[in-house]
Write a protein that binds this ligand. Structure first.
Ligand code: GLN
Length: 540
């Protein structure tokens, strides 16, 4: 079987299309089908790597080092299929390869056009994913943006062509819209009607509508939507606002029989479903007792999307530890003054410093260093990720080794003690995009360390996304003064994890990003240990 589901969105962005597409994937997997997910992003950037988190949210990194859209993170948390560069298609990539082929003379004198050359390129990439493994049943293709955007037109055109070419049983359209509530509490279907009209103008009749709405739509409302849109009444679904957690969405969809309607429309016979996994998330969510308060100290604290995987990993860990994790987001530039910092942080059970990017004289770096100092001297659990490890290194150099000038060369290029610096290949890198240390890398954990205790394994693989490294020339000074170098790259060349010594309960920082591989049913080991240690302190 090789079938295709195109998921598009209308009315406005941020309706949770990624979570809806992932939930459909989860439902199909729970019926034993093999699903692959693809995200089409209409922007001209080749990948998400060069975009500001304020603009784009998190950059999700795959094992093969692709810097992709945050929706791939949702796919990874909801579904099992492999994700790599192939699962993230952007306008930038598509044009890049079409233009290259044109320069190589591959189009044999033809005038190169959006239809068919750009659309054929997109199509061939989608088909390549469907053929990558020979047991793929269904490919779900999420089209970024909103119907009506100029940028999404080629992708919707591909959906139209594929529905036509593959036949309606083999390729279908799922369209997600918004049902807004106006003053007086009335739910309005008009934007949905218009959105479906826009799809029809593109030559696509949606087979299934998912209506994002503050509450479940009643039968008359669904009937009205069906009447105006040519969508079957039993194919109009609600995606209500969920108070608890996003992992309930597969259950909400399954209760409305979304998977059954979907499979019926595709002519797939599949009676048995096993939703235990998603119910158990709910059970564990409800069974949590007590609360730990985690201070997340960083730069991009105002936008939730910057740290989607991180917040999800903390949530997974809280489920595993049976405790609620309250996340206190602190903009580090507000605690650049040490005294102020210590009073702001008072009462927290632990500190997490996530990955981030900065520049010379960046505000907020001192705030992060203050947070690390507070956790170290106050013996609070501390977890540093990527920049967080670089901060932990600088804090140690400044406050324990008394090198007051110590810094990363990212923030002060002329520091006397560049305890975090660039390797030569990074100094030589000319391009900005795609040149960081990216993707899966092997890490060897030292015996008797927290990281070894967390993973219970010597050799692990986690993903990276950074340029700067712990400076090897200070290894001896750091070790002699009591900092533990707890893990290294497989060749021993780079430090991957540092820890505060035995007189601190749990201070661990890693150069990689463990949040990318955390799953609702299998929390990332370091996140789990961090929450467990915060919880232990809470219990005292
Ligand atoms: N800015 C730092 C570097 O490039 C950290 C990157 C990160 O935290 N992802 O090394």
């Amino acid at each position: 079987m090789n079938k295709f589901i195109f998921v598009s969105g209308g009315v406005c962005s941020s309706l949770g299309k990624g979570v809806a597409a992932s939930s459909i994937g989860a439902l199909l997997e729970s019926r034993g089908l093999n699903v692959r997910m693809v995200k089409c992003d209409p922007y001209i950037n080749v990948d998400a790597g060069t975009m500001s988190p304020y603009q784009h949210g998190e950059v999700y990194v795959t094992d093969d080092g692709a810097e992709t859209d945050l929706d791939l993170g949702n796919y990874a948390r909801f579904t099992k299929g492999r994700l790599s560069q192939a699962n993230s298609i952007t306008t930038g990539q598509v044009y890049d390869s079409v233009i290259r082929k044109e320069r190589e003379g591959k189009y044999l004198g033809k005038c190169v056009q959006v239809i068919p050359h750009i659309t054929d390129e997109i199509k061939s990439r989608i088909l390549a994913v469907s053929k990558e493994e020979n047991d793929t049943d269904i490919v779900i293709i999420e089209i970024g943006g909103t119907v009506g955007d100029i940028e999404s037109v080629p992708f919707l055109e591909v959906a139209r062509q594929m529905i036509h070419e593959q036949g309606r049983m083999n390729a279908i359209s799922v369209h997600l819209t918004l049902i807004p509530e106006v003053a007086g509490g009335e739910l309005k279907t008009k934007p949905t009607q218009h959105s479906v009209k826009s799809m029809q103008e593109m030559g696509i009749q949606p087979d299934i509508l998912i209506c994002r709405s503050p509450e479940m739509l009643d039968e008359p409302t669904c009937r009205k939507i069906a009447q105006f849109t040519n969508v079957d009444l039993d194919a109009v679904f609600t995606s209500p606002n969920i108070e608890t957690n996003i992992y309930q969405i597969p259950i909400v969809f399954s209760e409305q029989k979304l998977d059954q309607v979907l499979l019926r429309k595709m002519g797939v016979e599949c009676r048995h479903t096993d939703m235990r996994l998603w119910h158990s998330v709910n059970d564990r969510f409800n069974a949590r007792k007590g609360k730990v308060r985690i201070g997340i100290v960083g730069k991009y604290m105002k936008t939730h999307d910057t740290y989607t995987s991180l917040f999800e990993a903390l949530f997974h860990a809280s489920l595993e530890c049976g405790v609620e994790a309250e996340l206190v987001k602190i903009d580090s530039s507000t605690i650049d003054e040490k005294e102020n910092a210590f009073s702001v942080l008072e009462g927290l059970d632990g500190i997490l410093i996530p990955g981030s990017f900065g520049h010379q004289h960046q505000h907020g770096i001192n705030g992060m260093i203050n947070a690390a100092a507070w956790a170290r001297t106050g013996k609070k659990p501390f977890f540093g990720i990527c920049l967080g490890m670089q901060i932990m290194t600088i804090e140690w150099a400044r406050n324990v080794l008394n090198w007051s000038d110590a810094d990363s060369t990212a923030f002060s290029p002329d520091t006397k003690y560049p305890v975090v610096s660039l390797l030569q290949d990074q100094v030589n890198a000319k391009n900005y995009g795609g040149t960081m240390r990216l993707g899966a890398g092997e890490t060897i954990n030292e015996n008797g360390t927290h990281i070894f205790a967390a993973y219970k394994e010597k050799k692990i693989s986690e993903r990276h996304r950074h340029r700067y490294e712990f400076s090897n020339k200070y290894r001896d000074d750091m070790i002699k003064s009591g900092l533990k170098l707890a893990a290294f790259t497989a060749d021993g060349a780079l430090v991957e994890c540092i820890e505060w010594g035995a007189d601190h309960p749990w201070g661990v920082a890693v150069q990689f990003h463990p949040e990318y591989k955390s799953k609702p049913m299998a929390a990332s080991p370091l996140f789990r240990e961090f929450i467990a240690k915060c919880q232990a302190r809470d219990a005292k």
